[in-house]
Ligand binder design. Sequence first.
Ligand code: FE2
Length: 344
Amino acid sequence: MNILKNTILLFFLSVGLIFIASCSSPAADEVNVYSARHYQTDEDLFKEFTGETCIRVNLIKAGADQLINRLELEGATSPADLFITADAGYMLQAREKNLLQPMERSVIEGIVPSYLYDSEGYWTGFTKRARVIVYDTAKVDPSDLSTYEALTDPRWQGRILVRTSKNAYNQTLMASIIAANGEEAALAWARGIVANMAQEPRGNDRDQVKAVAAGVGDVAIVNTYYMGLLLNSSNEEERRIARQMGVFFPNQDGRGAHMNISAAAIAKNAPNKKNAEKLISFLLRNESQQLLAEVNHEYPVNINTPWTELQMQWGEFKPDTIPLDQLTPHLSKATKLFDEAGWK
Ligand code: FE2
């Protein structure tokens, strides 16, 4: 039995070696990725990319702030080819700091809707997420929900859960509210939400949903995919909590629900620009988009990729299609207004 096992093991090892040997040409082709995303799915996709193209993916993972600092410090000698963030705001910052270069238009055009990529091709979304209102189905009638703005109504006093204003998802949401309603109204919105918070902001999006389940508040502002992750959690309690919640897409009679993206960009001094473009194309192709949707519950950005069953269950909705690159001037104001409103 053991001999058989060892033989099988040896067989797989040798297949692995052959595979590696076939991919290690003298001038090893590679692509250096700086990623602020920390998902197993991404690494699985990178492995698949290497298997198909023989381009080795060298992955450096850190926070988006740290990676932007690193790109700035490394300057012209940076080995970074591809920069990946889990939020549009950091990409806008990276472009403002002149850390990116445009990609070939054919990588994105006709594949991704134009509001999800930089108009000059400096970055593109490769997954999207809606920032929605999750509510306790036992306590909230969804017909009482309508817009982000309506959550400032006194009827929601002590009932809203949302994370800190230091969080990029909230900053990008705020930038979209400034773009839609102007600074004064955006400040009033932030003040109204602070007045209705169930507790001081703490924890991540998942923690907000858990706090709703624990009865700390009744509604939470969170990204859709966290609901997908909770519903499919290995932890039974997390699955139970998620099943108790409803997902509401706000602002459907107006501009639509706020959309954020995970984005990819070519670094300004990329030594392997072509490989970085190949990897972006790979992430945008149907099979990769489907995997990201199935495993991570993010919405595909490829216009031809179908939604998952869960996403279909959440239902069709109207997204806010303001081009994300137009949020750049509002981002720094977002932080300022949050501070002014006392949103921790
Ligand atoms: Fe996230």
